[in-house]
Ligand binder design. Structure first.
Ligand code: SF4
Length: 113
């Protein structure tokens, strides 16, 4: 009986110790879920993760403006400081610094934060 209790406590402690590891694995998976640029609307609209660097020198065509980025777009909903969801380009997250040909500036946003 004493051995069973000891075994139970040992198992419970091991289970509790593994929770942070499981949480970090799940958290990393969620962070990596950017939209697939080679498919769907992301491809059609020419989504890029960082407009400032990937569109420099006119590489994204005349529609791209230097101040345009996903975080100030009317289709963007912030997830955190780095990622958000786009109601057009999905499934997955778009980068706050991203851009696509359908960019539409939010009237209320003056600066992304
Ligand atoms: S529609 Fe707006 S939020 Fe969506 S990918 Fe294009 S620029 Fe980013």
């Amino acid at each position: 009986m004493k051995t069973n209790r000891r075994g139970f406590l040992k198992g419970a402690l091991l289970t509790l110790a593994s929770i942070p590891v499981i949480e970090s694995l799940l958290g990393n998976k969620a962070e990596a879920a950017e939209v697939d640029k080679t498919k769907g609307m992301a491809k059609t609209l020419g989504y890029v993760s960082n407009g400032a660097t990937e569109c420099a020198g006119g590489k994204c065509g005349p529609k791209y403006k230097a101040e345009a980025q996903c975080c100030s777009c009317s289709f963007y909903t912030k997830v955190d400081g780095t990622w958000g969801n786009c109601s057009l380009v999905k499934p997955g997250n778009v980068a706050a610094t991203g851009w696509c040909k359908n960019y539409a500036k939010k009237a209320s946003v003056t600066k992304c934060s």
